[in-house]
Design a protein around this ligand. Sequence first.
Ligand SMILES: Nc1nc2c(c(=O)[nH]1)N[C@H]1C(S)=C(S)[C@@H](COP(=O)(O)O)O[C@H]1N2
Ligand SMILES: [Mo]
Length: 207
Amino acid sequence: MSDDSIFSGNDRKEKERQMLQEGRLPPGQSLTLKWPVLHYGSVPRFDPARWDFRIRGLVEQPVRLTWEKFNRLPKVKTHSDFHCVTRWSRFDNDWEGVAFQEVLKLIKLKPEASFVLVHAEQGFTANVPLADLDRDDVLFATHHDGQPLSADHGYPLRLIVPHLYAWKSVKWVRGLEFTQEDVPGFWEQNGYHMYGDPFREQRFDTD
Ligand SMILES: Nc1nc2c(c(=O)[nH]1)N[C@H]1C(S)=C(S)[C@@H](COP(=O)(O)O)O[C@H]1N2
Ligand SMILES: [Mo]
């Protein structure tokens, strides 16, 4: 983004140069202090009475959690950077929510489970290897920088996978499907990379 008033042009360029050199800013990214909104489709409405979180696929027993149940799971706080494939990065985000590893405790995986198709409202999906979710910085966030998520940033619940491009950080998340093979999600079917490591610039399926 080129219109952050808090950064004057030279300060930003200098900081970007330094952060790139230190390996914190991925190549081809610019720093933003704002938080752009990006998604396909419209912002879904949240109905706590009908919302559920479903875990299925290669699990011994499928699980369905109501909002009340999900929201009562223990919470954690994390601090991480966020990198969008459209070339902006937002540093130092404070997230609060339910750790992915907390949700894993609710199920017994079948040994073949190796990938996850993350499901959201309106049929949106994203695929992530299980090992990339089973990390202590991955969570289902309810809060950002001390505030409840706004509707357009994913309220009431979004996934945060800080080490991959942000299209894997699924907003309005509603469930997980464990698979043996890597099944392409929404953006992955539309030309984006299957894995999406920002530090290797894995933007498109041709990268
Ligand atoms: N459900 C859903 N989640 C989504 C998307 C989407 O289209 N639908 N877009 C992704 C993309 S491309 C990005 S960059 C981030 C943006 O998150 P933000 O709008 O909170 O900045 O959300 C991701 N999560
Ligand atoms: Mo994105």
